[in-house]
Ligand binder design. Structure first.
Ligand code: DP6
Length: 319
């Protein structure tokens, strides 16, 4: 039996909008921090069957994973693509699970597809030891299954642009990640659907300053890298803040428009921003395509984590 695991990642400059939806070619470059502790494990075992099968992986280290029929299909289609690419015969029992709850509003598609790609590569290597693919090549294959998964091959920072995914060299490491989960029900609009819809927003073409979404993301990426290199944490926070609002504005202004924001999340974001302004320090804050807030604290701000957890824990502090 083959086993592999891969981490999730959280984007600070977002992949939102595709140039090609078949092969997940992004409209703009993105940047993410790899969440080493939030992982998906995949196992592969040969079966005497006429089709590949998926089932949840069970064990003490895992949360129960339920995939929709569509989700299973997407996962097995990616496996079939990889088997073809690596010339692997036969059919397999594919099992997967996360070490974090899948209903916790945390994106597991990045870690799932990265782990499946890695496991299939190890499967090939188990019979062909000299078969070699670089991390860059594996990331490019993984991208075909789910775009954001290609960034999970690099750590702690990863960037992905038209040259592919690779490590981003950023002098700030060991960030402490906390996700504040305010909504655990399934998303009404999947991120794949969001990618298709955002290009219909007038803000995708240009904002009030005549700048396109693609240019806004590229400018922010450049400025964020500069802010990190100059250790300007406050500026880094501002850029990440503007970037996630930009993505959510695209959701609010496309046709048909949609939102992931709840009253509770809007309230919490306002409180978090006020706390940052009042105290002059805090974490980077971002939202993915969902109503949950991700915070990244610097090691030197570790003393803040407890207070932020206490103040913003879901269900508490409503005024
Ligand atoms: C909002 O990678 O889930 O998390 O390529 O269609 O599978 P597909 O989309 P996916 O999109 C992730 C979008 C995002 C931003 C990001 O991770 O950059």
């Amino acid at each position: 039996m083959i086993e592999a695991s891969a981490p999730s990642n959280i984007a600070l400059i977002k992949y939102m909008g595709k140039v090609d939806s078949q092969s997940n070619i992004p409209s703009n470059a993105s940047l993410s921090f790899t969440l080493e502790k939030l992982r998906t494990t995949v196992t592969l075992e040969k079966i005497k069957n006429v089709a590949d099968q998926w089932s949840p992986l069970t064990g003490n280290d895992f949360y129960n994973l339920q995939l929709s029929e569509k989700g299973v299909q997407k996962f097995l289609n990616h496996f079939a693509r990889l088997k073809k690419e690596f010339a692997i015969d036969g059919y397999y029992q594919v099992k997967s699970a996360n070490n974090f709850p899948s209903d916790a509003g945390l994106a597991s598609s990045a870690s799932s597809f990265a782990a499946l790609t890695e496991a299939t590569y190890l499967l090939k290597k188990s019979t062909h030891a000299d078969f070699t693919k670089s991390k860059t090549e594996l990331a490019a294959l993984s991208r075909m299954g789910s775009g954001s998964s290609c960034r999970s091959f690099f750590s702690p920072w990863s960037t992905w642009d038209d040259r592919g995914a690779r490590e981003a060299h950023i002098p700030i490491k060991n960030l402490i990640h906390r996700a504040f989960i305010y909504e655990t029900s399934a998303k009404k609009v999947s991120s794949s659907e969001a990618h298709q819809r955002v290009v219909m927003s007038p803000l995708f073409k240009e904002d009030e300053n005549g700048i396109s979404r693609i240019d806004r993301a590229e400018i922010r990426l450049k400025n964020l890298l500069l802010a990190f290199s100059e250790n300007n944490w406050r500026l880094a926070f501002e850029i990440c803040w503007q970037e996630f609002w930009d993505m959510h504005e695209l959701f609010h202004t496309c046709d048909p428009s949609f939102t992931y924001l709840t009253d509770e999340v809007c309230h919490v974001l306002k409180q978090m921003k006020e706390k940052w302004d009042r105290e002059g320090r805090g974490p980077l804050i971002t939202l993915d395509a969902g109503p949950n807030v991700h915070c990244l604290f610097r090691e030197e701000d570790a003393d803040l984590v407890g207070a932020w957890e206490k103040e913003f824990a879901p269900g508490s502090k409503k005024s």
